[in-house]
Design a protein. Structure first.
Length: 247
């Protein structure tokens, strides 16, 4: 049994042991999302537009993540609607930023790894970066949408406004710290590279690899910040509509 399979089995056992059926549903959502991503890559390689493939795959991933990990429709329904709204907004933002950043493609540091390989694959690297940037925000969007929706579901939308605001701030703060620590942890090797080769600061901030990854993290941070008020609005609108129907 190789290391990857061992970790997958360990994850399954721990999810079932801690979460029971819900843990099994979470594991199934991971498998489904992995399948969706695999099919998306195949479609992109087959000539389909990476941006459109990523948008459709994003909706499927959000649906699987939200509905398979939360059986309460009062929580999952508004969370999914809010997540779709934020994802579409992020799609527009990603398109504009990637076009003007000129960070798509490989950097000079990748030249050794690419030696002897063919890079004329028939797909614009700009579109690949758009697709990758959009897909990278989905986890943060789904997590924040579920957290906000579940929290508000336990509160009174009209009377507990200050509590909802405070909850949103806590969620944003935690998510931002998680994203940035993940970014710096994953790029520790690159930072050592920059330091040892004595890269000047201006060259670091103009490095393609660094800029592309930093943009990905910033997209996720912006997505979390947008998800909190959007989910709050969706849940509040749903609650008011429900009261009007009863009245």
């Amino acid at each position: 049994m190789n290391g990857m399979l061992l970790l997958i089995v360990t994850l399954l056992v721990l999810l079932v042991a801690v979460g029971g059926r819900r843990g099994l549903s979470i594991f199934m959502s991971l498998l489904l999302n992995t399948l969706v991503l695999f099919i998306s890559v195949v479609l992109m390689a087959g000539g389909f537009s990476p941006v459109w493939v990523a948008a459709i795959a994003g909706m499927l991933i959000l649906a699987a993540t939200i509905f398979l990990t939360n059986s309460n429709m009062d929580v999952a329904g508004p969370a999914f609607v809010a997540a779709i709204i934020v994802m579409l907004g992020m799609l527009a933002l990603v398109f504009v930023v990637v076009v003007h950043s000129h960070a798509a493609g490989f950097g000079a540091e990748d030249s050794e790894d690419l030696e002897g390989l063919e890079v004329t694959i028939g797909i614009r690297f700009q579109q690949i970066m758009m697709a990758a940037s959009l897909l990278s925000t989905l986890g943060a969007i789904a997590e924040a949408a579920i957290a906000v929706s579940a929290g508000i579901n336990e509160l009174d939308v009209e009377r507990d406004h200050e509590g909802i605001v405070q909850m949103g701030r806590e969620i944003i703060g935690t998510a931002i710290n998680t994203l940035f620590f993940g970014f710096f942890g994953g790029f520790a090797g690159l930072f050592v590279w920059f330091t040892q080769l004595k890269y000047p600061l201006w060259e670091v901030f103009n490095n393609k690899i660094f800029v592309a990854e930093l943009l990905t993290v910033l997209f996720s941070v912006i997505a979390v910040i947008l998800t909190v008020p959007v989910t709050t609005w969706v849940v509040g609108h749903r609650a008011r509509a429900g009261r009007e129907q009863k009245g």
